[in-house]
Design a protein around this ligand. Structure first.
Ligand SMILES: NC(=O)c1ccc[n+]([C@@H]2O[C@H](COP(=O)([O-])OP(=O)(O)OC[C@H]3O[C@@H](n4cnc5c(N)ncnc54)[C@H](O)[C@@H]3O)[C@@H](O)[C@H]2O)c1
Length: 461
């Protein structure tokens, strides 16, 4: 990990003042001066013009860059920045003709880049996103937005101050199982939602979360934020509110055992780190040298609309999926499976004992993509490209992303403090209003005047 910003450190810290941005390779992508909104691209106007995408960080989640690379169909990856030389060497093959650099500033400073994907580890998001926003580049930031509330708020504020479009990669809002549950709730099949219970069985937990940076608080805060941000966001979306109060318990029960096999510091991840045969969990080898996050966590949440919710996460289950139960004042729903072949069952017609057949069984639409997200990633990228180009409402929400981090961060603080209740800090009202208006600038002084200030005092719509 060479680009670390410790939690609680200054959010959106800049690189050394006015350091020049290096040129990218090949020379077709000219370097430019220090990132500044003056470099903001004029996005192609014709819908068949590809947006030129710069990618920062091409690790495991490079799959999303591949999803965005659709030459002739709206977008192409034309530049990649990564700190790892092996990744850079691979990038040239994955995206032929793309400029490749070790310094993201070359991308942000280039007038030949229209939009940016930030796919780096969580603790780097605020710095990179703020730089992208200040450079005038519409940016997709992977979830979680960052690892503290303060750093998330810094990103939202940079978007507000610059007027540059910010999008967050909460792809679960595009997962068919989630959209089906939301549609059933929205059309009233279970009445008004009162309580939501989510269980996350993280079957490959030892592989994905305990063999690299995910296992360290300084890069994630904890997995009740890192991993749970997805489900906390969905839980908020299904319940129609945001968490106000949390109380959590958790522990490191399996991967922290004294005899657990860890790599020596500096030793790279071993081949075979991801394998169905890495079972049982206690037989896992080559775990991260430092492990100070929990592998089991349970949290209770009270939302601002009165909904009560629970979320549970375990990293040593044999199976890998999520189970949602949503109970309204006129029925309940539950998903069985969350990928191809899954169903959502609804009980809403009468009282009974256990009735496995339910009153309605809704098959989850079977979409496929390249990264096991039930077809969500192409839809996520479709939405980001449309938003980067035209703006307007989106199903993902930067404010919701911040609220998911806030709930996860406070829950983590609670579980590390004996389960004491914690309150989620509210979002600044100006930021909330700006994002509620879909990041449009509602404060022009006249119909033909450019925005003069970020005061929301003069609303024209
Ligand atoms: N939405 C989802 O479903 C989903 C799934 C997986 C991961 N993620 C998120 O995606 C992000 C990336 O995760 P990952 O698993 O790909 O991580 P990874 O460790 O596999 O890859 C991160 C890459 O970023 C590079 N990098 C780090 N700092 C950089 C910098 N300053 N400039 C350029 N490159 C830099 C690293 O060299 C590495 O290649 C994380 O925030 C993670 O939480 C989201």
């Amino acid at each position: 990990m060479t680009s670390s910003q410790p939690p609680g450190g200054p959010a959106c810290g800049a690189h050394p003042a006015n350091a020049p941005a290096p040129a990218m390779h090949p020379a077709s992508a000219p370097g430019a001066g220090a990132p500044h909104p003056a470099n903001a691209p004029t996005l192609p106007q014709r819908p068949d013009d590809d947006l030129r995408i710069g990618v920062i960080g091409l690790g495991l989640r490079g799959s999303l860059a591949e999803t965005a690379h659709r030459p002739g169909a709206g977008a192409r990856v034309t530049a990649v920045a990564d700190l790892d030389p092996a990744v850079r060497a691979e990038a040239a093959t994955r995206f032929p003709g793309a400029a490749v650099t070790d310094d993201h500033r070359a991308i942000l400073g280039s007038a030949d880049i229209d939009a940016v994907l930030v796919l780096t580890p969580d603790h780097t998001h605020a710095d990179l996103a703020c730089e992208a926003l200040r450079a005038g580049k519409p940016v997709l930031v992977e979830k979680p937005l960052d690892i503290t509330v303060e750093r998330c708020d810094a990103i939202l504020r940079a978007a507000y101050e610059t007027g540059t479009r910010l999008y967050v990669g909460h792809n679960m809002r595009h997962m068919p199982v989630v959209r089906l549950m939301r549609d059933l709730i929205t059309r009233g099949d279970i009445g008004e939602v009162k309580t939501v219970w989510v269980r996350h069985f993280v079957g490959h937990g030892g592989d994905f979360y305990f063999k690299d940076w995910h296992a360290e608080r300084r890069y994630t805060t904890g997995l009740l934020l890192q991993k749970a941000a997805h489900d906390l966001d969905v839980l908020h979306w299904l319940a129609g509110g945001y968490t106000r109060q949390v109380q959590a318990l958790g522990d490191l029960m399996v991967y922290g055992a004294p005899d657990a096999d860890r790599r020596a510091p500096g030793e790279p991840k071993a081949a075979g780190w991801l394998d169905d045969d890495n079972w049982p969990p206690r037989s896992q080898r080559d775990l991260n040298p430092v492990i100070d996050v929990e592998d089991v966590s349970l949290v209770n949440l009270r939302l601002d609309n009165g909904v009560l919710a629970a979320y549970q996460q375990c990293h040593f289950t044999p199976d890998y999926w999520r189970n949602y139960t949503v109970i309204g004042d006129a029925g309940r729903l539950e998903n069985f499976g969350d990928g191809p072949g899954a169903v959502v069952k609804v009980w809403n017609a009468r009282r009974s004992g256990h009735r496995p057949e339910a009153d309605a069984v809704h098959p989850v639409p079977d979409l496929q993509d390249n990264a096991f997200h039930g077809g969500a990633d192409p839809l996520l990228i479709d939405e980001f490209l449309r938003f980067a180009r035209d703006g307007g409402p989106t199903d993902t929400s930067p404010v919701a992303a911040r609220m998911a981090v806030a709930a996860g961060a406070q829950a983590t603080a609670s579980l590390r403090d004996g389960g004491t209740p914690r309150t989620v800090p509210p979002l600044d009202a100006d930021l909330a209003a700006y994002f509620a208006a879909h990041q449009s600038r509602p404060y022009r002084t006249g119909p033909d005047q450019p925005p003069r200030t970020n005061s929301l005092a003069v609303l024209d719509d």
